[in-house]
Ligand binder design. Structure first.
Ligand code: NAP
Length: 268
């Protein structure tokens, strides 16, 4: 039997490609698709929306209307919607894969409480390559240590609404953890004017928003006389979608708990 998948934010950039990725994964079947209740696409066929031809799954405007129809909800929407979905899934005992980024501290705490009874996989980036980069960054930070200045540069398309990207923040967290630094204390988000000399422990973030860039990240480890750069460039959202669907199949077999893509890929 295949894992029954629901995709919310079905008409979004990620939602459409997630529907395609589910259709390409033999372990999964799309059984529900959700959009915001005011969407003009309520009632439309999800397969048609994703450019695949009809698949018989009609888009609904509320996750509560389809709670009996799926095993795992894949959610790449906005923080407020993901929170509401997490509450519904928590009560109904449905697993979740969460790709939404940009939660504030209060939303993170609310999310934590809502998902306590269920298995979820949350990641700032579901691509295999980025998750490999997290491992490489940990190694680079431990080897290069305090001799280097660390800066993270990310670029995304003009529609992205949060900055720096969740992936850039995760990369900063990996590096900070490896060096025993508190990211909240050492992060520097952009610079302007008379900034003074660079603090040795700072981890700098720079953001580019332009055109249709799917997602570029570079972490620079700069010493006197040499530098190491670890770069990942996504050229298609399918890299995230394929990972998220793989995570959904994996989550369906887990007991309640919070997991990430490193767990799914066996990188821990
Ligand atoms: P998008 O194109 O704006 O898609 C979001 C979709 O969610 C839109 O169709 C939006 O509808 C819909 N939505 C909003 N509120 C909703 C609700 N209450 N119920 C159901 N659907 C709702 O954005 P995107 O580029 O796909 O990105 C979505 C999120 O995924 C962002 O947070 C982004 O950073 C993140 N992301 C994560 C990864 C990863 O690997 N973790 C990769 C890519 C993107 P409207 O347009 O009508 O508001």
């Amino acid at each position: 039997m295949t894992v029954r998948i629901a995709v919310t934010g079905a008409a979004g950039r990620m939602g459409r490609i997630l529907i395609e990725a589910v259709s390409l994964n033999e372990a999964c079947t799309l059984t529900a698709a959700i959009e915001r209740p005011e969407s003009s696409l309520i009632g439309a066929d999800a397969g048609e929306l994703a450019g695949l031809g009809k698949n018989g799954v009609a888009i609904v405007g509320d996750v509560n209307a389809v709670l009996g129809d799926f095993d795992v909800l894949i959610d790449f929407t906005v923080p407020a919607a993901t929170l509401a979905n997490a509450k519904a899934c928590g009560l109904a005992g449905k697993g979740m894969v969460i790709g939404t980024t940009g939660f504030n501290a209060e939303q993170k705490a609310e999310l934590e409480a809502a998902i306590a009874p269920i298995a979820i996989c949350q990641a700032s980036n579901f691509s295999t390559g980025v998750n490999l980069c997290f491992k490489l960054l940990d190694m680079a930070a431990r080897v290069l240590g305090d001799d280097v200045d660390i800066e993270i540069v990310e670029a995304h398309h003009r529609h992205k609404i949060d900055a720096p990207s969740g992936t850039a923040l995760s990369m900063g967290q990996v590096v900070a953890d490896a060096l025993g630094r508190d990211l909240e204390k050492v992060a520097v988000y952009g610079r302007e004017g008379q900034t003074g000399a660079r603090d040795r422990e700072a981890i700098g973030f720079a953001t580019v928003r332009a055109g249709d860039i799917v997602g570029d990240h570079t972490v620079m480890f700069c010493a006197e006389g040499e530098r190491v750069e670890i770069t990942h460039k996504a050229s298609s959202r399918m890299s995230f979608a394929r990972g998220a669907v793989r995570a959904a199949a994996w989550v369906s077999a887990q007991k309640a708990g919070r997991y990430d893509m490193q767990d799914v890929l066996g990188l821990k």
